[in-house]
Design a protein around this ligand. Structure first.
Ligand code: NDP
Length: 433
């Protein structure tokens, strides 16, 4: 905290992980201390900060700041998304990169952890302005990444359009056609089911976790927050599983539709018209729209936060518990504050952290890397069935890890321990680097 006073999100992420690892560290104290393993674990291998100048449609020059934090490459090339949002700063990127190390380890695939992005705001920009930013961004980033070095992906504000412009510029500068980014379009190396993967994966894990606790997801009522990539496909898979999703939101307000969210309407608003969730009432006049926050005030069985960090606070958790919520599974990264997480766990709510529950996105990105390396494309069914297997496997690994250390049902500790063990073993084997 003294070294990086302005990085509260990073401290929050590290605190949660180190608390969980206490039992593991005590069992191996001497070895970890000798190798300064924990100090190395919390210090990124490399942090790159650069300027991104670009010109808007009126000829005005703008300057944004961009980051790539290459956190840990013990088990594979750095892998993690690029966030474009005005709230981005080094502390946010470090928290996301740190979480990514454990998440990527949990997938069982050979990928290290990294994260990047910029304080550029894509909202309200023309396609040409987006392209100008993405090209300028990649004109610096290209020298730090590569198919075997660091493979970025999408995140908040970085969807298929942005990845396309970035990929085009990388190829133009390097003159190599390689899988340097994931989340690419299907005509140039993208994987089927990558778009759906994070939301679908969240539901595959939620269903398995509930099943192991004697609960059937069919017929349950669910609150989802957000209306972006993760939220959209979480809603779709939940509906396919026979559950009813009654909410969605954006940073301006939220929708309550007691009949169940009309996904076709939501997709048209967000993906075609690039509008706001307030437009939902044009399609479903009987639904309710409220400005501000509020999805967690609705009475539901399951809550799936899929928007952003620290969106579910202690008072939200109190409301959910009072309304009888049974499970909270995180689609976003660290959407639940530490106090809210503790409150939910103390009150018997089944809680799966994002680093496990949203790992389906990066896992499918790793499958995209495999397809690019062998220059083949797998069918939707093949990728989707691998994704299902991976999510179910992650759940059982973290469940077992929690049981091994006498913390049955504590999926936060289980995820941190299971993710840590592989990284720690690989770091130790590779010596002091
Ligand atoms: P999108 O940009 O597609 O959607 C983000 C959604 O969250 C939008 O509805 C957005 O509303 C809302 N949101 C963003 N910032 C805020 C804020 N400060 N306050 C309230 N609402 C906000 O992003 P994704 O769906 O891709 O990502 C959502 C979360 O999931 C993030 O935490 C991301 O890191 C995580 N994640 C994503 C993965 C992926 O594959 N996409 C993989 C793993 C994790 P608005 O439009 O108003 O900004």
């Amino acid at each position: 905290v003294e070294k990086n006073p302005a990085q509260p999100e990073f401290h929050q992420a590290v605190k949660e992980v180190l608390e969980s690892l206490r039992v593991v560290v005590e069992a191996n104290e001497e070895a970890y201390r000798k190798d300064a393993l924990l100090e190395r674990l919390v210090n990124p291998e490399r942090q790159i900060i650069f300027r991104v100048p670009w010109v808007d449609d009126k000829g005005q020059v703008h300057v944004n700041t961009a980051y790539r934090v290459q956190f840990n490459s013990a088990i594979g090339p750095y892998k993690g998304g690029l966030r474009l949002h005005p709230s981005v700063n080094l502390g946010i990127i470090k928290f996301l990169g740190f979480e990514q190390v454990f998440k990527n380890s949990l997938t069982g695939l050979p990928i290290g952890g990294g994260k990047g992005g910029s304080d550029f705001d894509p909202k309200g920009k023309s396609d040409r302005e987006i392209m100008a930013f993405c090209q300028s961004f990649m004109t610096e980033l290209y020298r730090h990444i590569g198919a075997d070095t660091d493979v970025p992906a999408g995140d908040i504000g970085t969807g298929a359009r942005e990845i396309g412009y970035m990929y085009g510029q990388y190829k133009r500068i390097r003159n190599v056609y390689e899988g340097v980014l994931t989340g690419k379009g299907l005509t140039y190396g993208g994987s089927l089911a990558r778009t759906e993967a994070t939301g679908y994966g969240l539901l595959y894990m939620t269903k398995e976790m509930l099943k192991c606790n004697g609960i059937d997801i069919a017929g349950k009522t669910i609150a989802v927050s957000g209306s972006g990539n993760v939220a959209t496909y979480a809603i779709q898979k939940a509906q396919q599983m026979g559950a009813k999703v009654v909410t969605c939101s954006d940073s301006t307000g939220w929708v309550y539709d007691p009949e169940g969210i009309d996904l076709a309407a939501l997709k048209e608003i967000k993906e075609v018209k690039r509008g706001r969730v307030s437009d939902y009432l044009n399609y479903r006049p009987n639904a309710e729209y409220h400005s501000g926050k509020g999805v967690w005030s609705v009475k539901v069985d399951i809550a799936l936060p899929c928007a952003t960090q620290n969106e579910l606070t202690l008072s939200d958790a109190e409301g959910l518990v009072a309304n009888g919520v049974k499970a909270v599974c995180e689609g976003a990264n660290m959407p639940t504050t530490l106090e809210a997480t503790e409150y939910l766990q103390k009150n018997g709510v089944l809680f799966v952290p994002g680093k496990a529950a949203n790992a389906g996105g990066v896992a499918t990105s790793a499958l995209e890397m495999s397809q690019n390396s062998e220059r083949l494309s797998w069918s939707f069914e093949e990728v989707d069935s691998k994704l299902q297997g991976i999510m179910i496997n992650i759940f059982h690994n973290l469940d077992d890890a929690a049981k091994r250390y006498g913390m049955e049902g504590n999926y936060v500790a289980g995820a941190n321990i299971a993710g840590f063990e592989k990284v720690a073993t690989a770091m130790t084997a590779q010596g002091i680097v």
